[in-house]
Write a protein that binds this ligand. Sequence first.
Ligand code: FES
Length: 201
Amino acid sequence: MSFHPLMPYGSEGFQKSERTLMARGEPFAFTAERAAKLEDICSKYPPERRKSAVLAALYLVQEQQQYITASAMRHVAEFLRITPAEVEDVATYYVMFFKAPVGKYVLQVCRTLSCALAGAERVTETLSEKLGIGIGETDPSGMFTLLEFECLGACDRAPVVMVNNEHWHEKARPETCAKLVDDLRQRGLSALSGCHLKVEQ
Ligand code: FES
């Protein structure tokens, strides 16, 4: 038997799972281009190991419709010849897969120690005020979602804001966050360095 740090102990017994099932969503099928791309990825594995491509498949789902739905997971399962439960295990384990609609730009502020010490909380507060939303919410324009994240591996450039799972805004400061939002609105992802090895000016 294993224990989770958040599991309540004592005579009350074990906590009943509060997991909510993923929304079914619209019927889903990969575009022909993405299906071909995924088939190419699958071909790199032995036929009996097609499921090794499940992460790539989920990224392709997200690329196509921004977030993961039950319909999409079922399609991925059929594509990879595994069960929907196996796909769900992966989709719900990794935080980079969104389970609900998100904005065009997902701003994820690192809240782990180095970033926290460097003022990540102020960064999150400023973004929250600028966008008029709380953590986990999407602004009314549907353009921005604000989330917190754990260490992004760029601690020497803390605090770090990751945009759309792959672009970095480093050494973020509350006073520059409003500009970050405005720049993204005006210039899109080209407003970011896109690489944690570059320092933005
Ligand atoms: S603690 Fe934020 S990037 Fe490592």
